[in-house]
Design a protein around this ligand. Sequence first.
Ligand SMILES: [Zn+2]
Length: 247
Amino acid sequence: MPKSLGKTKKRSKRAKSLKLIWKERHQNLYRTSMEFRDTERENSENISLTDNCEITATCSSTKLCQPLLETNTTGPSFVTTGILTKEEIEIVPKEESPIQGNRIVELGYVLEWATSLQFNHSKICSVGKLIIVEEIQKGKGLTSTIIFQCNFCDERYAYDTENPNRPKSAINVGAVWGTLATGSSYEHMTEFLSCMNIPAMNGKLFYELEAELGKEWEASLYGSMENANSREEIAIKQQQICSDGTP
Ligand SMILES: [Zn+2]
């Protein structure tokens, strides 16, 4: 076997072992947290633990490094000796989500990134959980950008509720188009969205899109008129005229 291949195999074996230890430690952490919660519910009248709480482990870096140091000697048996104590667990009240109400989204696009986000992050950080920390709506109309942050390594991710690679926002343009085509106004649209608990589009953006659509409709109208004119000229040339004099 070539020397380099042997080294790779050795490293791979070590990586697998570490992965297994981290996985089991994570499961152990969850199990201990749940046990602690149940015990506190039974024993304490002062601490009110409800489903609106999250229990997290506040391990020191030494503790977290411990399985790495013990890999060569004890291996996965660390799990049986590494049970967390009560002092290492902290109860944190669950914060209210920064996203309230409803949204109009490009569902296929959102589901695509939402279903793979946590999985992809777990490849680089197996113990962290991604939490929504912010929603940016300014200048985005009915769409928005959602910011996620890992509660362990602080890595941040930003994802849109509509594919940003489109030349124009189908959601925003569609909302303005639909409003104007039904003879409604910006005020009607905001009222409608308010009833559905959807944050309204900014008036400035609405009128900008309205002006753009106006230009497009004008150009389209001129085009249709020119086509009609040329068809009329051809009909006159070919003497295809109705009895009432219409070419
Ligand atoms: Zn993380």
